[in-house]
Design a protein around this ligand. Structure first.
Ligand code: ADP
Ligand code: MG
Length: 391
């Protein structure tokens, strides 16, 4: 689960990680009230969307009067923002953060993440942060310092100091960085996070460190024990089809291709996607309807798949291990009748009562294309999708 910058900064504040003063607003009036209450002469209005790259996309604006706060916040609210991190989607701006404008002496980079390859939590830091961090990583990777945290020793102050000195900070700043890193690590562990990114972490006009931006990602599988985090979820920022899927406990991920996949079991779903690719096709989604695929779930799954107008064919690949194939066949027949499926449906069934299931599909009178095995199914789906796309 992703968080907005203002939510992440609230968590930072709770863990005594310094951030610029600021508050969230949903209307231009509220934005002015926040700026007025905060005082000062210069503020930054920041679009709250689940993506970085806002600065370059016009989602971060410096203003120097209350009239300007009203105008800029008013324009930003209701707008949609597409950045290089939004994957081609434009995200709605329903909230803006009104923050004090900070004097920036330099912009650093700091992140902490679950590092699967090294089976630990890693800290990544660079003295050259800001909106060009990807460029630094590409052209000057030696400027990026990585620290692997030992899972039993945990993060130690001396390691934080090493990072600070490697970044060229002075003694006082190294102490501040050590504090920030240790607090960040505590936040990371206590809230079961998978990523924290502070870009930029700045040295302000007085030489102190401050988190100017904040990005947090929490592990969805641990949300049940963090009700406080779960309430911060903003589904308006998420793919609507994925949101609908999660309401029905279906594991669904939107992909680029045109073959809709309905499979039971995550492993079988991945194998199905592989075999589609091997046969020259591209899956439109990953979908695991779960072990106990019932008629209702199959119907919901068809609706989800068909909500994308890219889908030219559907491949149903079900292994009847826990469920019986005749029940699945019944579910498919019901669903196809109910949902009015307008694209070819290739079905591969295997497992308990498979013959009975196949017979039911054959006798249903529906235009279902039966397949004998996974490869046969993928070939038929790829051919059907090509025909549908007019190729
Ligand atoms: P994004 O990563 O989405 O582009 P950031 O929050 O990192 O958004 O902001 C982009 C840039 O805007 C920062 O690198 C910084 O230069 C400037 N900026 C952001 N917040 C402030 C602030 N409170 N005061 C001054 N400048 C800011
Ligand atoms: Mg940033």
């Amino acid at each position: 689960m992703n968080f907005h910058e203002y939510q992440a900064k609230r968590l930072f504040e709770a863990y005594r990680i310094p951030v610029p003063a600021g508050d969230v607003a949903t209307t231009a009036d509220e934005a002015v009230a926040v700026a007025e209450k905060m005082g000062g002469e210069r503020w930054v209005i920041k679009a709250q969307v689940h993506a970085g790259g806002r600065g370059k996309a016009g989602g971060v604006k410096l203003v120097s009067s209350l009239e300007e706060v009203r105008e800029v916040a008013g324009n930003m609210l209701g707008m949609s923002i597409e950045t290089y991190q939004t994957g081609g989607r434009a995200l709605p701006v329903n909230e803006v953060l009104v923050a004090e404008a900070t004097d920036i002496a330099s912009e650093l980079y700091l992140s902490m993440l679950v590092d699967r390859a090294n089976r630990c939590i890693s800290v990544i830091a660079s003295a050259e942060g800001g909106v060009e961090i990807e460029e630094v990583a590409r052209t000057a990777p030696e400027k990026i310092h990585t620290l692997h945290v030992d899972n039993t020793e945990q993060l130690q102050p001396y390691q934080c100091r090493q990072i600070g000195f490697a970044m060229g900070l002075d003694g006082k700043q190294v102490r501040e960085l050590t504090h920030i890193l240790l607090q960040l690590y505590q936040l990371f562990m206590e809230k079961d996070l998978s990523l924290v990114e502070i870009n930029p972490l700045i040295i302000n006009g007085e030489g102190h460190l401050q988190a100017l931006d904040a990005k947090i990602n929490a592990d969805d599988n641990a949300l049940f024990r963090h009700k406080d985090l779960a309430t911060m979820r903003d589904t308006r920022q998420e793919d609507p089809v994925e949101v609908a899927a999660s309401e029905h406990d279906l594991n669904y991920v939107t992909l680029e291709g045109n073959i809709g996949c309905m499979v039971n079991g995550a492993g079988l779903a991945m194998a199905t996607m592989d075999v589609i690719q091997l046969n020259g096709g591209k899956p439109a989604n990953f979908l695991d309807v779960g072990g106990g695929a019932t008629a209702e779930r199959v119907t919901e799954a068809f609706k989800l798949i068909l909500s994308s107008d890219r889908v030219e064919a559907i491949l149903v690949n079900i292994f009847g291990g826990i469920v019986r194939c005749d029940l699945i066949a019944e579910g498919i027949i019901q669903a196809v009748k109910q949902v009015n499926v307008g694209v070819p449906v290739v079905v591969r069934l295997e497992g308990t009562n498979v013959e009975q299931g196949k017979q039911m599909l054959a006798e249903s009178g529906l235009a279902i294309i039966p397949a004998d095995n996974l490869n046969d199914a993928a070939q038929k789906a790829v051919a059907a999708a090509k025909e549908g796309a007019g190729a």
